[in-house]
Each structure stands twice: as C-alpha cells, then as structure tokens.
Design a binder for this molecule. Structure first.
Ligand code: ADP
Ligand code: MG
Length: 241
C-alpha cells in the first residue's frame, strides 16, 4: 500500500479576465518535504498558493489533503478547516499582543497553549523574548515569532509566499536555515513560493519551475540546476546569487 501525499493538487487552472494565469498545474508533497514553486514575478505562483489555501477559487482542478478531496472548485472546505498554515511576507504580528499572545493566538486549548508556545519559542531561539511586544523585536526576530505562530496549531501543511523577502541580506540565509530545521522537526509538508533560484536551491527537496502559469520542470535542485529543461530555464538559473 502506498500512502497518499500530504498535499496534492490535480490540474488546477484559473483565469482572470480571459487570461489563464494558472494553467493545468499538478503537484504533490509528502510530509517533511519542502517543494519550492519557483518562477519569475507574475507567473502565477501566489494564485496557486491562494487556491490551495482556499482564499481563491479555481476554475477547474482538485485539491486533496491526505488523499481526501477538499476542493473541486464547486464544493470546498473553508480555509480554516484545511489544516494549512500560512506565512506571507507581510503577514505581520499582532502589534498589541506579546510574543506569547501572538504564538498562542490560534490555539483553542488554552490549558496546553503555554507548553506549546514555550516548545516553539525554544525551537526558534526566542524563549527569552516571550513577554516582549513586536515593536521591541528586530525584523529577524519578528520573522521567527511569525514562524512559531504559524506552526503553533500543528498544521500538516505550510504555504509560504516569499516569506524571507522583507529581511536583510545578512540575516536571510540564517533565517532560511533555521526555518528549514524547524519545519523538518515538525514534519510539515511545505510549499514555498519564491522568485529567487538561490533560495529554492538552498531550501527545496524538490523544485517546481513555473512559467506563464505552467509547471515547466520538476525535480531535485541539483537536477534542475544541472539539466534545465530549456533555454529560458537555464537563463533563469544563471543569475543565481
Ligand atoms: P506571482 O505570484 O508568480 O508573481 P500571481 O499569481 O500573483 O503571480 O499573478 C499571476 C498573474 O495573475 C499576474 O499577471 C497578476 O496580475 C494576475 N492576477 C492575480 N490575481 C488577480 C486578480 N484577482 N484579478 C486579476 N488578475 C490577477
Ligand atoms: Mg506572488
């Protein structure tokens, strides 16, 4: 018996104003695996993520979690019922809540909240700052808290849309590595959207290269880097940083 992927999307399409911005996209991700959806700005990455999150509707295609159909475009489980965590670039912390309050926010069982918050803050190296407020934290520290907050309800799937682009260059690699370690420890299936080949090379188990709404190549980072599917893919990887 083979187990179903944690997340699977089948032949998802979406048009805006008669233009197909997501065109027949299929993907699957196993627990503990990071897939990077990589492609230039405007190629349809965020729309794909929003459809999986349930905040945008697909015209056709299916979304499955653990083999269960959660959306076929007509019938859909609402976003909050999908067991999916979200992290976006400007997904700000709640300014009026402490670090503790922010990370505990999505936890319904308040009696267990403290222990879970402490566990996660230890993982992201923020235990000392549990009583601080967002304005007392650096950008990198806020990002660590945001990660802890997204992971607190134990989502089986994390969707991350350019989550590191607001950070200083100096910080970014460290936060990427730390984030990856935490996601692996939690065995989360991750779909991370980025337009930076270097970020995908650093973080992905698998890269799905997207262009004009379509997945043009899928594979391990070294494979795509060494054997890009076509000239455009090669050019895209040539300005790696
Ligand atoms: P990416 O995240 O890869 O930069 P997006 O998925 O945000 O790309 O957008 C893909 C294309 O779809 C872009 O041309 C964008 O302008 C268009 N688009 C996205 N959302 C909408 C919308 N709600 N209405 C009209 N066009 C949209
Ligand atoms: Mg985007």
């Amino acid at each position: 018996m083979t187990t179903a992927p944690r997340l699977e999307i089948r032949q998802i399409s979406r048009s805006f104003d008669g233009r197909r911005v997501v065109d027949d996209v299929s993907l699957s991700i196993q627990p503990g695996q990071v897939t990077c959806l990589l492609g230039p700005s405007g190629c349809g990455k965020s729309t794909t993520l929003r459809i999986i999150a349930g905040v945008e509707r697909q015209d056709s295609g299916e979304v499955l979690v653990d083999g269960q159909l959660i959306s076929d475009g007509v019938h859909a489980v609402p976003p909050e019922g999908r067991g999916i965590g979200l992290m976006f670039q400007d997904f700000a912390l709640f300014p009026h809540l402490s670090v503790m309050g922010n990370v505990a926010f999505g936890l319904s069982d308040k009696s267990k909240a403290r222990a879970r918050v402490e566990e996660l803050l230890a993982r992201v190296g923020m235990s000392r700052h549990i009583d601080r407020f967002p304005h007392e934290l650096s950008g990198g520290e806020q990002q660590r808290v945001a990660l802890a907050r997204a992971l607190a309800p134990r989502p089986h799937i994390m969707l991350m849309d350019e989550p590191f682009s607001g950070l200083d260059d100096r910080l970014r690699d460290d936060i990427r590595d730390e984030t990856l370690a935490v996601l692996k420890a939690e065995e989360t299936a991750v779909l991370l959207v980025t337009h930076e080949p270097g970020e995908a090379m650093r973080m992905a188990d698998e890269i799905a290269l997207m262009r004009d709404g379509r997945i043009v190549q899928r594979g391990a980072p070294y494979h795509i880097y060494n054997a890009p599917a076509d000239r455009a893919a090669a050019a895209f990887f040539s300005d790696i940083n």
